[in-house]
Design a protein around this ligand. Structure first.
Ligand SMILES: Cc1cc2nc3c(=O)[nH]c(=O)nc-3n(C[C@H](O)[C@H](O)[C@H](O)COP(=O)(O)OP(=O)(O)OC[C@H]3O[C@@H](n4cnc5c(N)ncnc54)[C@H](O)[C@@H]3O)c2cc1C
Length: 463
């Protein structure tokens, strides 16, 4: 196992995609579970890293040692619909491994260079989670190293041991990756999924695979207004069974228009909705035809819609979606040169189905009132859009933060979650307290202390 000192000025390992920068004395690259156990024996606090694509600073160290799991990237052969991987294995490598097997792994964060350990730690999800669910639903077994240096396997179906001090709260019934998962029906395994590396270190995962559907079609509709797009979304999810429903507001399309490598977007396209359908050839074709008729009811021209039927076309659609967060990150990186304290303010909140129009209205009202530059896109099927506030100076940054906190309170009042998929990390700790209150945070801290009494694992994450 290699351990290196960290160069404070230059090391890329002191930050993740949030661009928050931290500090650490050294960085270790364990290659086996035994290495991980041995590293904990020294009693030095560790910050765990997968691929550092996280955007909440969860993998950014606050002193101590970085434990980077990228070298633990083994992939076994798929067997009985299951695939066992090391935590540092990248999602894109899982996709490659499964090519031609008739099987696929459904959680699909837009960033496919994420590691499976990081994805489990954040309970990651993606566009297709609308149909298939987040990481939690697709993990059969985990191997976990605990803070005391012991390791064990935890299987789906194993109950939470009675001595574990579970919090009294229950997670809301919306897409969520905020805080420790506690539900009436849960397994021991569920505690470590979405715990952001604060309760144990994931050293191996056995993933549940799904059969590749006979047909996958993607449909991008261009609506004349946001109101029309929201109406289309409501009707789509009521009357068809899409695998994914994604949203791009007016500003998102404008940002994409600036990228010469992407397909041209006609000037009259105001808002876009992407829907993906999985099934047999016949029922997928029928669903796309039905969706095309529906979009016409909302003022969209079905002939101008993009239909993707082949995997190469679907991949182009994925790259199109991926181009957006990348363009936003680039913009913020440029602004940071003048004002290093700026970060992107990207929301990640979800609400129940019947609150979609209300939350979109609140987002619009707040942005208009504060006159903040912004881009809205994301997983609207789950009422989960990312409002990206793009501050141009420190004053806008502060106003944007205040607006975000205002929305977090409103989302919680609606029964929603302050983080649907990115987790809390170090940047969204205040929102976790808004969601669970002082009592809930105290209960989480008790649970953390049970597994990690000295606070060795990922200090600074969650609280
Ligand atoms: C362009 C872009 C698009 C994105 N789109 C999505 C999206 O659609 N959906 C989504 O869910 N996310 C998305 N993300 C966020 C990110 O990809 C996910 O959070 C991903 O799960 C992080 O994986 P990682 O390997 O990079 O983890 P890291 O960033 O390295 O770590 C994330 C957290 O997990 C912990 N961790 C890492 N490995 C382990 C381990 N083995 N055991 C315990 N804890 C561990 C870290 O300490 C940290 O707290 C996006 C990010 C980018 C940059």
């Amino acid at each position: 196992m290699k351990i290196y000192p960290v160069q404070p000025e230059t090391s890329e390992y002191l930050q993740d995609e949030s661009r928050l920068r931290g500090a650490a004395d050294e960085i270790a690259f364990p290659e086996t579970e035994e290495d991980v156990c041995a590293l904990l024996a020294s009693g030095t606090p560790v910050t765990l890293q997968g691929a550092r694509t996280g955007i909440t600073g969860g993998a950014v160290p606050q002193g101590g040692r970085i434990l980077n799991l990228s070298k633990m990237n083994s992939i076994e052969e798929p067997e009985n619909g299951l695939l066992t991987v090391g935590p540092g294995t990248l999602l894109c490598d899982v996709h490659k491994k499964l090519e031609g097997t008739g099987l696929f792994f459904s959680p699909d964060p837009t960033e496919d260079t994420a590691s499976l350990g990081g994805m489990a730690a954040c309970n990651a999800s993606g566009a297709r989670s609308f149909k298939y669910g987040s990481m939690r639903r697709h993990i059969e077994t985990l191997r976990v190293v605990f803070a005391d240096g012991t390791a064990r396997e935890i299987r789906r179906g194993e109950p939470v041991p009675p001595e574990v001090p579970l919090p009294a709260y229950r997670v809301p019934d919306v897409k969520s990756a905020a805080g420790y998962y506690v539900a009436d029906e849960m397994d021991f395994l569920d505690l470590f999924i979405g715990a952001e590396g604060t309760l144990g270190i994931i050293t191996e995962l056995t993933l549940q695979l799904s059969a590749v559907p006979n047909a996958i079609w993607g449909l991008t509709a261009f609506l004349p207004s946001e109101k029309a797009a929201l109406g289309f979304v409501q009707k789509l999810r009521k009357e068809t069974a899409p695998a994914a429903i994604e949203f791009f507001d007016f500003n998102a399309l404008n940002l994409l228009r600036k990228n010469p490598d992407l397909p041209k977007l006609a000037p009259e396209f105001h808002t876009a909705v992407y829907a993906e359908f999985h099934g047999t050839d016949d029922n997928v074709e029928a669903a796309v035809t039905e969706a095309a008729e529906m979009m016409a009811d909302f003022g969209a021209d079905p002939d101008a819609a993009w239909v993707a039927m082949e995997s190469a076309e679907l991949e182009r659609m994925r790259l199109f979606r991926h181009a957006l967060p990348e363009a936003i990150n680039q913009l913020i990186a440029e602004r940071k040169r003048e004002y290093p304290e700026l970060t992107k303010l990207g929301t990640d909140m979800s609400v129940p189905d019947d609150r979609l129009e209300e939350i979109m209205k609140l987002y619009r009202q707040g942005l208009e009132r504060e006159k903040l530059e912004h881009v809205i896109f994301g997983h609207i099927g789950n009422n989960h859009v990312h409002v990206n506030i793009l501050p141009r100076n420190p004053n806008e940054y502060e106003r944007g933060k205040a607006l975000y906190a205002e929305w977090a309170k409103q989302v919680v009042q609606m029964g929603g979650s302050v983080s649907a998929e990115h987790g809390i990390g170090k940047l969204k700790r205040d929102f976790l307290r808004i969601m669970f209150g002082d009592k809930g945070i105290e209960e989480m801290q008790n649970l953390k202390a049970y597994f990690d009494p000295v606070g060795l694992l990922n200090p600074g994450n969650l609280f």
